[in-house]
Design a protein around this ligand. Structure first.
Ligand code: AMP
Ligand code: MN
Ligand code: MN
Ligand code: MN
Length: 278
């Protein structure tokens, strides 16, 4: 496999990415990606534009989504690949999550106001091209623009993560719900960037077991936020649990991401690639 061939995780302006779907697809095609999945957070609205652009650029577009989940007190992300964007349970489930995002955004703005930062809701909304999808990323862009943080990383570290002034706890969908919505939509459920969850090894194994029991099929082994040591760790973990391996850049935009579209090393030898199931 050419490392650039497959990229199963990225974002457009329909969630917290910086480029509209057509530009994401054009950029991926220009970089040599052959099979791309657009996986906006809790949102399917960018898929028609991505599909049209994919035909134009002769690249295969796998309709995707990245669903926000709360499991055992952790926020997890579950990617759905090859989902039917018209599936009723998926559509209504995501609409519910987006409503929750709206109320969370208001609470975040209140929390920031207590810390002396006014106008954060309007400020974040200014950066959210999709009014239904306000994310912490949009708050981070506002905080950087206002000079409260020198870059996105610092904005998250100082304001938007647990224990900091702009962070509020939030209840997302359950793992059961997310996996069942994806399955009912004919899709493949993938555990996104597992190396980012702060868990002990026993809990990681428990998560993989539970995920698999619910019908989850794959895990991101190669993703923009994993180190080479994590590629090796998660490659062994998926083999132990007989799950498939996925790869995706998690690209959000030029200058804001670890990896550009398709900028990924090959999956480690020994794991079964998720495209075998597509
Ligand atoms: P939300 O789903 O609204 O809580 O926002 C989560 C998003 O914030 C992730 O998908 C990332 O795009 C972004 N994010 C989370 N942590 C960081 C960080 N430390 N630095 C930059 N972006 C981050
Ligand atoms: Mn994001
Ligand atoms: Mn994610
Ligand atoms: Mn993502």
């Amino acid at each position: 496999m050419n490392a650039l061939d497959y990229d199963f995780h990225c974002h457009s302006t329909y969630s917290d990415g910086l480029l509209p779907p057509a530009e994401i697809v054009a950029r991926a095609a220009g970089r040599g990606v052959r099979v791309l999945s657009l996986t906006d957070h809790d949102e399917l609205g960018g898929l028609p534009e991505a599909r049209a652009a994919a035909q134009h650029h002769d690249i295969a577009l796998i309709p995707g989504v990245e669903i926000s989940v709360t499991w055992a007190g952790h926020t997890l992300h579950i990617v759905g690949l090859r989902v039917d964007a018209e599936a009723a349970a998926l559509k209504s489930g995501l609409a519910r999550i987006r409503e929750g995002r709206n109320s969370r955004a208001a609470r975040m703005a209140e929390a920031l106001a207590h810390a002396g930062i006014d106008g954060a809701l309007q400020g974040a909304r200014f950066y959210a091209a999709n009014p239904e999808l306000v994310s912490r990323t949009h708050f981070a862009r506002f905080l950087v623009e206002r000079g409260h943080a020198r870059d996105m990383q610092t904005a998250f570290k100082r304001f938007l993560t647990a224990g900091n002034p702009g962070y509020v706890a939030h209840q997302w969908a359950s793992l059961e719900e997310a996996v069942s919505w994806i399955r009912e939509a004919g899709g493949i459920a993938v555990l996104a960037h597992p190396g980012r969850y702060r868990m002990e090894q026993w809990q990681r194994d428990e998560l993989l077991e539970r995920f698999k029991a619910l019908g989850g099929l794959a895990v991101e082994v190669v993703t923009g936020s994993h180190t080479p040591a994590q590629y090796a760790y998660w490659s062994k973990a998926v083999q132990r649990h007989a799950l498939l391996a996925s790869c995706g850049s998690d690209f959000h935009g030029p200058g804001e991401s670890y990896r550009d579209l398709g900028e990924l090393p090959p999956l480690p030898a020994g794991c079964m690639p998720v495209w075998e199931a597509l």
